[in-house]
Design a protein around this ligand. Structure first.
Ligand code: SAM
Length: 271
């Protein structure tokens, strides 16, 4: 059987007698028009390697395989493994399925080289996974990731947005970040309580060094931990007004008005 001959996902789920398990954050995309759109937005194609976290019944996996890419999929719920192996056979071996926890997986070893990340992430581990990929040793070529909308907005936010905070500053220091697709809760089976959105992140060159990221995490934690206070006071433990002066930042400003370059200057001043 080829990819084109595979039955609709709802039939596959019914045939394998599979229902979503809430504890794994399972909300499936069963409409191939939607998963194909995400695959297009990811810009992957023949010759590319893609890592997908949480393939579940494989709707996004199918769309990624249709582009000609090779997919390495990490799924925690072992009930889905037989169904994903059928999909791998239809894709003539371009799908490698690994059963395990993506939080513990060695992405570099899985990819075996440069790879793109494309996933409809489980809500409960979406942000920690992103932080791992932004700050960890493995640097993906690009990331096209579905989050709950509120998290997507926090990743791509600009100064003065309510959503602007630590996640925006760290994400946008490592990558360009843009919300490229919004999806209502009803697009998923079963529908979650909130809407979702896809963020596309592309690493910036040159990669920021680890010491800068570590300092940035300290500065943003202090500044946004007390976001209504002036920096001279919220950053007191890190040097307060003197640190701001060294970075060329107004110590009377508040965290939400300091752009990503401003936080990088503060982090550099701290290192
Ligand atoms: N990609 C599928 C789709 O779009 O229909 C399923 C997405 S669902 C939101 C999240 C998937 O991640 C589920 O299949 C779930 O079992 C899996 N999952 C949850 N936690 C995981 C983890 N720590 N590591 C790997 N997979 C995980």
């Amino acid at each position: 059987m080829s990819l084109a001959d595979l039955p609709p996902l709802r039939e596959v789920l019914a045939e394998h007698d599979l229902l979503a398990n809430k504890s794994f954050g399972q909300h499936f995309l069963l409409d191939l028009n939607i998963t194909r759109k995400i695959a297009r937005l990811s810009e992957v194609g023949e010759g590319d390697v893609v890592i997908e976290v949480g393939p579940g019944p494989g709707g996004l996996t199918r769309a990624l395989l249709e582009t000609g890419a090779r997919v390495v999929a990490v799924e925690m719920d072992k009930r889905f493994i037989p169904l994903l192996e059928e999909l791998g056979a239809a894709a003539e071996g371009r799908l490698t399925v690994i059963q395990g926890d993506a939080m513990k997986a060695d992405m570099a070893a899985l990819a075996g080289g440069p790879a793109h990340m494309v996933s409809n992430l489980p809500y409960n581990v979406g942000t920690p996974l992103l932080i791992n990929w932004l700050t960890g040793p493995y640097r993906p070529l690009s990331m096209t990731l579905m989050f709950q909308k509120e998290v997507a907005d926090r990743i791509a936010a600009d100064t003065d947005d309510d959503a602007y905070g630590r996640l925006a500053v760290v994400s946008q220091t490592v990558c360009s970040a843009k919300v490229v697709m919004d999806l209502p809760a009803r697009a998923f089976t079963p529908p979650p309580k909130v809407a979702s959105a896809v963020v596309r992140l592309v690493p910036l060159e040159p990669a920021p060094d680890k010491a800068l990221i570590a300092a940035l995490e300290k500065v943003t934690a202090a500044a946004f931990g007390q976001r209504r206070k002036m920096l001279r006071s919220s950053l007191k433990a890190l040097g307060g007004a003197a640190l701001c002066d060294k970075a060329g930042i107004n110590p009377d400003a508040r965290a939400e008005t300091i752009d990503v370059a401003g936080f990088q200057a503060l982090a550099r001043a701290l290192t």
